[in-house]
Design a protein around this ligand. Structure first.
Ligand SMILES: NC(=O)c1ccc[n+]([C@@H]2O[C@H](COP(=O)([O-])OP(=O)(O)OC[C@H]3O[C@@H](n4cnc5c(N)ncnc54)[C@H](OP(=O)(O)O)[C@@H]3O)[C@@H](O)[C@H]2O)c1
Length: 196
């Protein structure tokens, strides 16, 4: 699969390295591809050209950059996986960031995922106590299946969390993760699911 990762920061790099190692064709979309910070990262282009031939676009951007970057890319028919957390930018109508992304990305199949774990866990899912959970929300069954598969391939227990509206819960869960990680527990923590 050709995956365009928009944003080459902590999240973008962790996911890009993981999927490239599993045989996917990963290209990064950044503002200035000639910046030496991106040397050695593989294919690095501006967002519009990175997205052009990609099947899946990953939003690995600060929330404040999402609108601007989406305006530069063609989203029609593509899967847009939103890993952002709209910290400090609550929607007056209570919508999730992912639902707002769906409005900004015409024709896209928007899926919320990867916002409830730290980038360290995206890079290495091994925990002695179990398998980290990856709840995935979206309205398009095929797009959600694709993202569930990508999460599983990195070692997550990927779970269908429901329609895109459920991203509201995923974003609240992320807020809890951030609260815990900033406290005594630190960032090497992840939620997991127990069954019986
Ligand atoms: N960090 C985590 O553990 C974590 C976990 C889950 C979800 N998230 C969410 O994932 C998103 C990314 O987090 P991060 O930690 O990866 O952030 P980060 O390390 O700061 O990286 C953000 C990336 O976005 C790029 N960017 C910023 N403005 C841009 C623009 N206008 N056009 C194109 N690229 C732009 C930055 O490029 P420049 O360097 O050029 O500014 C940088 O490569 C955030 O929404 C965050 O809430 C983070």
């Amino acid at each position: 699969m050709r995956i365009a990762i928009l944003g080459a920061g902590r999240v973008g790099r962790a996911l890009g390295a993981g999927w490239a190692a599993r045989g996917h064709d990963v290209v990064f979309g950044v503002r200035d591809p000639s910046d030496p910070r991106y040397a050695g990262l593989g294919s690095v282009e501006v967002p519009g050209s990175a997205a052009r031939d990609a099947d899946l676009l990953v939003l690995a951007l600060p929330w404040s950059a999402v609108r601007e970057v989406l305006a530069e890319v063609e989203t029609d028919g593509k899967i847009v996986m939103d890993a952002t957390n709209p910290l400090g930018s609550p929607d007056p109508e209570g919508r999730s960031g992912a639902e707002r992304v769906a409005e900004l990305a015409p024709g896209a199949h928007v899926v919320k995922a990867f916002n409830t774990v730290g980038f360290e866990t995206m890079a290495d899912t091994a925990y002695p106590g179990g398998t980290p959970l990856m709840p995935v929300a979206g309205d398009d069954a095929g797009a959600k299946e694709t993202v569930l598969g990508l999460a599983s391939s990195l070692g997550f227990e990927a779970v269908d969390a429901g329609p895109l509206e459920a991203a509201r819960d995923l974003e609240r869960l992320a807020a809890l993760w951030i609260r815990l990680a900033r406290g005594a527990l630190g960032r090497d923590i992840a939620f997991a699911l127990l069954r019986r």
